[in-house]
Write a protein that binds this ligand. Structure first.
Ligand code: HAH
Length: 363
């Protein structure tokens, strides 16, 4: 009797221990996996969710990229200066890696960017005697570059930023005059680039992309450019609004008005380079070692409002891409102020979701 009781008691204790261990493990697994919603799944009914990457971050961000993003942009690797730094020498491996990654994970790619005044090497505009080439030669080189890029990446890239930042920031000036393309080819270089791109890949969606695109002065010039292209029968299928914004600027009303006006053009809108700087442009104030709770809350509120607006326009907005993935790597750490840490994205430096993430997915 006594012996039976001891055996029974032992059995009960073993059962209890087993039960507790199982319970503990289950809770641990749950806490470790902490299922957070997937951005791209939440936004599937609205638009694609993209991110700009370099080949070097693909491993580190692998999990985040696969879970949350349906579209990729090469942050730098497809730019003229990266693929054709010196005459006759081409380097494609970084761009190739990003494209292979996108294809193997069934992600879309945006092509950024074919013709731009910046990050383009000087040799493009010079002959063997280091004299400036003429219009005909530069048009040939433009065509060569567009053809080369679209032939190589056309299968993967569904939308190209054919021309980037051609509009001037100067009041009273229409096209940016401090561009070699403009100087040598003349005003029609934009139209020429679009026609060449369409010829190179008639299937590709062709975009004009710019910053400050919701500010009324620049917005009106961009709209004028697109209308002129359309009137001339130039193939253009979308406008890219970069979306390098901040906690303070532009107002939701300014963004709304711009979206209404761009929507009237009858082409698609991509938000191509979204990030929300925690600073008001080129100041270091407030001085920050890390973003305060208050700043993170403000950022979350802004992101929430901006995405609510994007959802309202989801019949014309077809892709919203961030200029980066997480706060450990952002171009804003060095622009417009060198060595000023910034925290503009939805994931923090440890790749964990920030309050801004939650306000974008909870609505
Ligand atoms: C963008 N320019 C470019 O399109 C992108 O290729 C680059 O990597 C980063 C930003 C933005 C920009 C600006 O907002 C103000 C002045 C110059 C450039």
């Amino acid at each position: 009797m006594n012996r039976e009781l001891t055996v029974l008691r032992r059995f009960a204790i073993v059962c209890l221990i087993l039960f507790l261990v199982t319970l503990g493990t289950a809770t641990m697994i749950q806490a470790g996996e902490m299922e957070i919603p997937s951005l791209k799944e939440v936004y599937e009914p609205y638009f694609e969710i993209g991110a700009a990457v370099s080949a070097g971050v693909l491993n580190r961000y692998d999990e985040l990229l696969q879970k949350h993003f349906s579209s990729l942009t090469a942050e730098n690797s497809m730019k003229f200066s990266e693929v054709h730094r010196n005459p006759g020498r081409y380097t494609f491996h970084a761009a190739d890696r990003i494209v292979e990654y996108a294809q193997s994970h069934n992600m879309l790619m945006r092509g950024h960017t074919l013709i731009w005044h910046s990050q383009v090497p000087a040799h493009v505009f010079l002959d063997d005697d280091l004299e400036r080439v003429d219009r005909e030669v530069l048009l040939e080189r433009m065509q060569e570059h567009i053809q080369l890029m679209m032939d190589r990446y056309g299968d993967a890239v569904y939308a190209w930023d054919v021309v980037n930042e051609a509009i001037s920031d100067e009041p009273g000036e229409y096209l940016r005059t401090n561009s070699r393309w403009y100087e040598i080819i003349g005003e029609d270089y934009v139209a020429q680039a679009f026609r060449m791109a369409h010829e190179a890949d008639p299937e590709a969606k062709l975009f004009y992309n710019d910053y400050s695109a919701v500010q009324p002065a620049k917005r009106d010039k961009i709209i004028r450019l697109i209308k002129e292209l359309q009137a001339d029968g130039v193939p253009i299928h979308g406008v890219g609004l970069q979306g390098h914004w901040s906690l303070y600027d532009p107002s939701v009303e300014t963004i709304r008005r711009a979206l209404e006006m761009y929507a009237e053009l009858g082409i698609e809108i991509h938000i191509t380079e979204l990030d929300l700087s925690v600073y008001a442009w080129n100041t270091r104030a407030p001085m920050m070692w890390e973003p305060s709770e208050e700043i993170l809350k403000l950022q979350a509120k802004r992101y929430g409002e901006i995405f609510a607006l994007f959802r309202e326009f989801s019949d014309v907005i077809t892709n919203v891409s961030f200029w980066g993935v997480a706060d450990d790597h952002t171009w804003l750490d060095n622009f417009p102020v060198p060595n000023r840490k910034n925290w503009p994205l939805l994931f923090d430096e440890f790749l964990e979701p920030k309050p801004a993430f939650w306000s974008v997915v909870d609505f």
